[in-house]
Design a protein around this ligand. Structure first.
Ligand code: SF4
Length: 263
């Protein structure tokens, strides 16, 4: 998921929600320390299987599980995200990380991107200029140079794939059944920490893949998307129809509701 915001040891100035994508073990540890973890859901229509040479589509496939929205086959991408406002709760008054030896992979790869199809843009990061060149360049020919960073990037991505079965099962157990349309935003579900911790610590039962596919609503704040999802046989829902509660829609674009019918 490319639009999450990240924080690092140098950051403590932001006043909006920041999110760190976590693997399941990292989410368990974050919850056990008293932190907040959200379940971010987005969905992609998946009518036909992509060619194996379609790297972006295969990347989405590898980190998602199959489901239905109405009559439309979809794949659901779930990200466990530590969420906090302003400074990370692990950042000490000395601006040092209080869990440095156990910090999540995403902190270890910063300023690299979790999404392998995004290039690193220094102007979008909070690193001082010398961090990009000393002692060696951080990026060379659009490739991350540091072996340790590469290692944690692959561990994070591998962890995402390992966690798919438990994420699918956790959503069922927690009654999470709504996702944004991918690339428009995401649905942020915030179950109780106790319930989320409990389900993440269990081993999901082995189930038949096809018969166990869950049914999802696809949430949008765009009238054109709503209409297109209807035509495709999906079960769409307007973001504004979501009641205040533990779930909210976070769109990347301003609301574009349907035009009111003239009398
Ligand atoms: S866990 Fe540590 S390194 Fe990661 S954002 Fe928080 S303070 Fe920074």
């Amino acid at each position: 998921m490319s639009d999450l915001n990240f924080s690092c040891t140098q950051c403590g100035k932001c006043c909006h929600d920041l999110r760190l994508p976590l693997t399941r073990p990292e989410a368990v540890a974050w919850l056990q320390r008293g932190g907040t973890v959200e379940v971010l859901c987005e969905a992609v229509p998946w009518v036909t299987e992509p060619a194996t040479s379609d790297a972006p589509a295969m990347h989405k496939r590898q980190r998602s599980f199959p489901a239905w929205s109405g009559e439309l086959p979809i794949r659901v991408i779930v990200v466990l995200a530590a969420t906090f406002k302003g400074a990370c709760p692990n950042l000490g008054s000395d601006m040092r990380c209080g869990i440095y030896d156990n910090r999540p992979h995403v902190c270890r790869i910063y300023p690299a991107e979790v999404n392998p199809f995004l290039s690193v843009t220094p102007s979008h990061k909070q690193c001082p200029p010398e961090a990009w060149t000393s002692p060696t360049p951080f990026v060379r020919a659009n490739q991350i140079v540091a072996a340790q960073t590469q290692l944690h990037m692959s561990l994070l991505r591998h962890g995402e794939q390992l966690d798919i079965a438990v994420k699918a099962w956790a959503c069922k157990e927690l009654d999470i059944q709504s996702a944004s349309l991918s690339n428009e935003g995401f649905m942020a579900h915030c179950p109780s920490p106790e319930a989320l911790l409990s389900v993440l610590q269990q081993t999901p039962p082995v189930v038949d893949d096809r018969s166990s596919r869950s049914h999802w609503s696809m949430v949008t704040n765009q009238a054109a998307t709503f209409d297109a999802l209807c035509l495709a046989g999906a079960t769409p829902m307007y973001a504004r129809a979501i009641a205040d509660g533990p779930s909210r829609y976070l769109g990347f674009r301003p609301d574009a509701p349907p035009q009111e019918q003239s009398a």
